[in-house]
Design a protein around this ligand. Structure first.
Ligand code: MG
Length: 247
């Protein structure tokens, strides 16, 4: 098990492994493997996942919420994180409404706090696809978000981190069994990425590998056991996970 860099053109990608972690000077080991022969894990194990609620106007409206003046932040524990093709486990005895939320995830690359908006680009390592899986019935019942957002496997991340990307206007599409459920662009974010990183780091220190989920566009909807859900983001790739029953 190690970190690696995905290189090569479509259909011919390979992974060059590196020693240690990818934050800082990367040392290649000289080993290379075809991507098709590699099992991808979640691209990082964050100390924390900070998520933003209601950051696309249409999505706020579809759930009957006002658009907030300031970013609305909540957290998902690190134990929610899974990677490409790992199963989302539906907690069937506790929830009867589990929704997908396709989102752009910002991956932090440096220890940072109180980052001014104009220096945010210096602390971003890259971007990946995320699914902020949510037990919607528990979210409504509990008033606050913790239980609904925190089940193990409720934060698929991947398939990898794209480090060289302008994330200000990317198409984001969520499909379930191939049917398009969510289609948006990151240019529709109410609070943009620099604003979010500055806002979050005014509250808490972020460390390399920490993740900020930037919010989901309209079209959230239920997942069922057996479904295959994919979150695709232009310039990054597609994160795909199946839904299985806990019981
Ligand atoms: Mg969300």
């Amino acid at each position: 098990m190690s970190f690696g860099v995905v290189e090569g053109g479509p259909g011919e990608e390979f992974v060059s492994t590196i020693s240690g972690h990818p934050f800082g000077d990367v040392q290649f080991t000289g080993e290379r493997f075809p991507l098709t022969q590699v099992k991808l894990l979640a691209p990082m194990l964050p100390s924390k996942v900070v998520a933003i609620g209601r950051n696309y106007a249409e999505h706020a409206r579809e759930l009957g919420n006002e658009v907030p003046d300031e970013p609305l932040i909540f957290m998902k524990p690190s134990t929610t994180v899974i990677g490409q093709h790992e199963p989302i486990v539906y907690p069937t005895s506790l929830s009867h409404r589990v929704d997908h939320e396709g989102e752009l995830a910002v991956v932090i690359g440096r220890l940072c706090r109180e980052v001014p908006v104009e220096r945010v680009k210096d602390v971003i390592f890259g971007y990946t696809c995320a699914n902020d899986v949510t037990a919607r019935d528990l979210q409504k019942k509990d008033v606050q978000f913790t239980r609904a957002k925190s089940f193990d496997t409720f934060c698929p991340l991947g398939p990898w981190i794209q480090t060289d990307l302008d994330a200000s206007d990317l198409a984001l599409t969520t499909t379930v069994n191939g049917d398009v459920r969510q289609s948006g662009r990151t240019s529709q974010l109410i609070h943009d990425i620099p604003t979010l990183v500055a806002y979050v780091t005014a509250v808490m220190t972020l460390i390399p590998g920490d993740v900020i989920l930037t919010g989901t566009p309209a079209g959230v909807g239920p997942l069922e056991v057996g479904d295959e859900v994919s979150v695709g983001i232009e310039g990054i790739g597609t994160l795909t996970n199946k839904v299985v029953s806990r019981d």
